[in-house]
Design a protein around this ligand. Structure first.
Ligand code: ADP
Ligand code: ASP
Ligand code: MG
Length: 423
């Protein structure tokens, strides 16, 4: 007998029929003799709809109340799923994040898990019941308030439960067959990876492949949880995301390139005419960090001889751009820059693969393919196993497909997307 954690994403539980289908899948696992703990997301696009609703009330919803609102989505799906399982003759109990012992820090909207005390989940298992836990939410002991883990955070709930309960398997069920070489909604010829290292998966997630929440991958790597990403709409094997201790099993077969990810969630700010003297970049990025914005790429031009001034561009989440523009503008005279420019019509495309470490020609091949397609690159950044480029937002689909083809990743058949709106 094993302990299996199964996570079902929103598109897998989008209506009553889907909830019954998922309940059957869970019951089948229980029938096979396993203990089952489930983490479930809100139905369909509920979280987006609640977000829209909140913004109709207030342009900047109060963070505490916003978390309170968003966590209701998962409460609906957990209760309905438990009911569906019960009506199939099996015992099931649903728990909110706080009932399940998901203890977080106090950061509303982006809380980190600091402790997991799943006493009631254990109790349910000991009594032969299936435990259903609301994804994406937790509880802060100091403020005694409900928190959320950030969009896509139900994956992290599942991994945290798997680690705390020492589960044998952590399955992430979604609306595609696993982790693909690109988002199958954008690249029809993307193919499923049978396995991918957690290191590559981290880079893919950081570069925008939303199939897994980046913090879930980090958590799984830290706590040594193997993930199995698969479809709730088929019985096919999905993708194993493996940690370094299992590298020997898989690494020999891994290709140079794992995949291409895209990200349309960032904006670019350019500060022009910054005096080229020590301390200016420090001042700019201290102000930006003070707004809690996570900077991604930074590019500083060579200063013009005639003016002794330079331009600094950086990318950050679109949602953080306005407040960063405001704070920089407020310190214009102190920094001494000329002007600020804001551009939210950009997108990032990233090529990821651990084989890049030992293959010198990868960037040349990438730039050649883009040049041949007449695609203009705005910014470039690299890590040991990733090359990212920023292009115009409307070019992102084409750039992603061009790179996918250039690195021989195209499959002969079209990828299946079973459900979901991709929102
Ligand atoms: P869930 O609701 O199950 O959590 P998500 O929408 O968060 O599902 O994640 C699944 C989606 O991730 C897929 O429908 C797909 O469009 C997108 N995606 C982006 N990049 C990839 C990738 N490399 N492989 C698979 N899916 C990807
Ligand atoms: N329902 C939340 C969201 O849409 C959490 C999740 O689905 O993982 O972001
Ligand atoms: Mg998700």
């Amino acid at each position: 007998m094993s302990l299996i954690v199964q996570k079902f994403g929103g598109s897998s539980v989008s209506d009553a029929e889907s909830i019954k289908r998922v309940a059957k899948r869970i019951v089948d696992t229980k029938r096979a003799g396993h203990d089952v703990v489930v983490a479930v997301s809100a139905m369909g696009d509920t979280t987006d709809e609640l977000t829209d609703l909140a913004h109709e009330i207030s342009p900047m919803p109060d963070p505490r109340e916003f978390d309170m609102l968003l966590t209701t989505g998962e409460r609906i799906s957990m209760a309905l799923l438990a009911m569906a399982i019960k009506s199939m003759g099996f015992d099931a109990r649903s728990y909110t994040g706080s009932q399940a012992g998901m203890i977080t820090d106090s950061r509303h909207g982006d809380a980190r898990i600091v402790d997991v005390t799943p006493v009631r989940v254990r109790e349910a298992l000991d009594q032969g019941a299936i435990a259903i836990v609301a994804g994406f939410q937790g509880f802060n002991r100091d403020s005694r308030d409900i928190t959320t883990l950030g969009r896509g955070g139900s994956d992290t709930t599942a991994v945290a439960l798997a680690a705390a309960l020492k589960a044998d398997v952590c399955e992430i069920y979604t609306d595609v067959d696993g982790v693909f070489t690109a988002d199958p909604r954008m690249v029809k010829k993307a193919h499923k990876l049978n396995h991918v290292s957690s290191e590559e998966m981290l880079e893919l997630a950081a570069a925008g492949a939303k199939v897994l929440h980046i913090r879930a991958v980090e958590y799984a790597r830290r706590q040594n949880v193997t993930l199995h990403v698969r479809s709730s709409f088929s019985n096919d094997e999905g993708t194993i995301v493996y940690n370094p201790d299992r590298a020997k099993e898989f690494e020999m077969e891994d290709p140079t390139i794992a995949g291409v990810a895209h990200d349309l969630s960032e904006a670019k700010i350019t500060v022009t005419g910054v005096p080229d003297v020590p301390g200016k970049a420090a001042k700019i990025f201290t102000l930006v960090a003070g707004q809690g914005a996570n900077i991604d790429m930074i590019v500083q031009n060579v200063s013009a001889v005639s003016t002794g001034a330079t331009d600094i561009s950086f990318t950050l989440p679109k949602a953080d751009a306005a407040k960063c523009m405001q704070t920089l503008e407020a310190h214009k005279d102190e920094i001494g820059f000329e002007a600020l420019r804001h551009d939210d019509q950009i997108g990032k495309v990233s090529l990821v693969g651990s084989g890049m470490r030992t293959n010198a020609g990868v960037s040349a091949q990438l730039f050649e393919a883009l040049a041949e397609a007449g695609i203009n690159i705005d910014l470039i950044s690299t890590s040991e196993i990733r090359i990212s480029i920023v292009v115009r937002a409307d070019i992102v689909p084409e750039a992603t497909r061009v790179i996918h083809t250039a690195f021989g990743l195209d499959s002969d058949s079209d990828a299946v997307v079973y459900a979901g709106t991709g929102r």
